[in-house]
Every structure is written in structure tokens, then in C-alpha cells.
Design a protein around this ligand. Structure first.
Ligand SMILES: Nc1ncnc2c1ncn2[C@@H]1O[C@H](COP(=O)(O)OP(=O)(O)OP(=O)(O)O)[C@@H](O)[C@H]1O
Length: 331
């Protein structure tokens, strides 16, 4: 495995992609600002945050699909990106087999198609119609498609959407095994504020900017969590909790915890208090988190404790971005 943890001590690894103070402005307002994070080979970075908090925007800026209005994005030369979008622009009235899905945007050697489907547990569904796949199978097919071109960086936008709890664990297992066998870097997007993959090296919590970051606290030590979800779940999932200190109003302005309202939110505006949960919220909280998780899954949606009333649009038509270097893209 090529995890940074396994690289020889003192050896500096150049990140596959790094964002520095990135801001994206559209329609007269900042969608995200002050975003900085990097993803290295073998590393799993998870972006969490409520709906509309800028996760997809930040990921798109990272892979070069979207040009930032401020800040810098650097990518290693020739970076190959596999992108599993949140939504697909597919005409569901036309028949589409899994095999065809694999080659929609370009031919692939048969051996690579089969190896990717094999790795994703989908080889037996080669001729199945995509329309008939379950949520979990569909995500696996998309993942197979993304890994077939052997990317350096795999970007997964909400890979567990529409997937039940057991399927979620299985998908996280698959993501872990992709990382372990290929050594690629993984940027994972989740709107679930309570649960992230245990293997996540860094969690970046977005709320229009980086609200907090840290290592996820594993809950495997919490007897309550194990009792609720079983030891298998406890081995696979971890919990990362946080608190948002501001609310985005429908008109784009920001209501802060102290009652003041500003036009934008920005880490430097004096209203934000970053929490490094690696320090602030340790194991003592794991019992509460496990309960939060139980509720989230029992009623089918999460309570974020954060009102975000904005409508948002998705443009998720890219399967795969053959991003070259960031400088090329931004020239
Ligand atoms: N091209 C655009 N023009 C204007 N606003 C946009 C554009 N793209 C995204 N937005 C807005 O930017 C905000 C962030 O969107 P983004 O899709 O990055 O959020 P997200 O955290 O990924 O949300 P979700 O969890 O709902 O997918 C949203 O309020 C969205 O409406």
C-alpha cells in the first residue's frame, strides 16, 4: 500500500493536487472561499458539509473542471483523474448495458473493463441494464468505470447516495480496497455530517469555507456503537462531528452565531472559530455520535443542525477528467 503513513520517514511526497486559498465566485457571490487542502497518493481525504456548502465546487476546482476566481490549484503533471459525479446526465429511456457504460466516453481494452468490473464486484453484471441496477450496484458500476482508466486521483461525489446502510459499508470497503491495491489518492464527498470512512486520513468540513479539519475519531472503541451497529460496522465506519457557527441565508448573506449578518463568509472575517476535531472532540463524545448516526439512518436523513435554505444546481455530466496540469487548465 502506498499510504503516506507507509512512506519512509522524512521522504517528502508531492501531493497529487493541492488547493491554496481557493475561492469560486458565481452570480455575484462567493460559493466557496479560503479553501485549502491537498490529496496525496494513497491518501483518502473526505469533504463533508451540508447541502450547498461547496463540496462539489471545491472538488471541481481541484480537478480543473471549474476555474477558481482566487487562490491557486496545483496538480502534478499528467494527473489522471477518475471522477464519479453526483448525478449523471443519462437518457434513461434508451437501453444502456453496464458494458456500454464502461466505454461511453472512449474505448477501453476488454481486459481493463473486466479487471475494473471484477475489482468492483460487478463482473457478473456485464450485460445487465444500468436502469435495472440497485443503488449500490449502480455506484459500483460508476466506480468500475472510473477506475478502469487507472486514475492517480479518484474523486467520488457522494458515492453512498441511495445506498442502504449495509451497502454503504460494502462501498466503503470497496473504496478502501481500491486505495490499497492501486495506491491512488481519493477525494470523497459526503453530505453526511456524522459518519465518514474510518480510513479517511483527513476530513475537511466545508461551510462555504473550511470550517474545520482533522482526523476522524474511530468509534470502534465505543461499546454503544458496536452494540447498535455490530462490530463489522464499527470496524468500517467512523464518526466525525462538528458544529457550524453560522447560517447561510437564502439571499446569500450569512447570519453568525452572535446575531450579526455579513454579505459573505470568510475565515478571516473574525466570525469563525475553527475547530480541529482531532483535539476538540475526542473519544469522550463517541457515544453521542453513535446515537446521532442511529437517528440519521433510522429516519433516512441527517439532521445537520444547520439551516441552508439555498437552492442549488448540479452539473455532473463528466465521468472522467483527463486533467493535465493545473497550470494548463488555468492558462
Ligand atoms: N454555476 C453556479 N452558479 C451559481 N451558483 C452555483 C453554481 N454552482 C453551484 N452554485 C451554488 O453554490 C453552492 C455550492 O454548491 P455545491 O454543489 O458545491 O455544494 P455541495 O456542498 O456539493 O452541495 P450538495 O451536498 O447539495 O451536493 C450552492 O448554493 C449552489 O447553488
Amino acid at each position: 500500500m502506498l499510504s503516506p503513513a507507509n512512506t519512509p520517514a522524512g521522504m517528502k511526497v508531492e501531493p497529487l493536487v493541492s488547493l491554496e486559498n481557493v475561492g469560486v465566485r458565481r452570480g455575484g457571490r462567493w460559493l466557496v472561499r479560503g479553501v485549502d487542502f491537498s490529496v496525496s497518493r494513497g491518501e483518502i481525504v473526505t469533504l463533508i458539509g451540508p447541502n450547498g456548502s461547496g463540496k462539489s465546487t471545491s472538488a471541481k476546482a481541484a480537478i480543473g473542471v471549474l476555474k477558481p476566481d482566487e487562490g491557486r490549484v496545483a496538480r502534478i503533471a499528467g494527473l489522471k483523474v477518475g471522477y464519479v459525479p453526483q448525478k449523471l446526465a443519462v437518457d434513461w429511456t434508451l437501453p444502456l448495458s453496464v458494458r456500454r457504460l464502461m466505454t461511453l466516453t472512449g474505448p477501453l481494452p476488454e481486459a481493463d473493463i473486466m479487471a475494473a468490473l471484477e475489482a468492483s464486484g460487478m463482473a457478473h453484471m456485464l450485460d445487465a441494464q444500468v436502469q435495472h441496477l440497485s443503488g449500490g450496484e449502480f455506484q459500483r458500476a460508476l466506480m468500475a468505470r472510473a477506475i478502469a482508466r487507472k486514475p492517480d486521483l479518484l474523486v467520488l461525489d457522494e458515492p453512498v447516495q441511495g445506498v442502504d446502510f449495509a451497502g454503504e459499508i460494502a462501498l466503503y470497503d470497496l473504496i478502501k480496497s481500491i486505495r490499497n491495491t492501486t495506491g491512488c489518492g481519493i477525494l470523497l464527498i459526503s453530505h453526511d455530517l456524522h459518519v465518514v470512512m474510518a480510513e479517511t486520513d483527513t476530513v475537511i468540513c466545508l461551510n462555504g469555507h473550511v470550517c474545520c479539519r482533522g482526523t476522524p475519531q474511530t468509534v470502534s472503541r465505543s461499546p454503544e456503537y458496536v452494540r447498535l451497529f455490530g462490530s463489522r460496522a464499527a470496524q468500517t465506519l467512523a464518526v466525525y462531528s462538528h458544529h457550524h457557527d453560522h447560517t447561510h441565508l437564502p439571499d446569500g448573506r450569512v447570519l453568525h452565531e452572535d446575531g450579526s449578518v455579513t454579505d459573505h463568509c470568510h475565515p478571516e472575517d473574525g466570525h469563525h472559530h475553527d475547530h480541529d476535531h482531532g483535539h476538540d472532540h475526542g473519544h469522550a463524545h463517541s457515544h453521542d455520535h453513535a446515537e446521532a448516526h442511529a437517528h440519521a439512518h433510522a429516519d433516512g436523513h441527517q439532521s445537520h443542525g444547520h439551516a441552508h435554505a439555498e437552492a442549488h444546481a448540479h452539473t455532473h455530466t463528466h465521468f472522467q477528467s483527463g486533467a493535465k496540469s493545473g497550470e494548463d487548465r488555468h492558462a
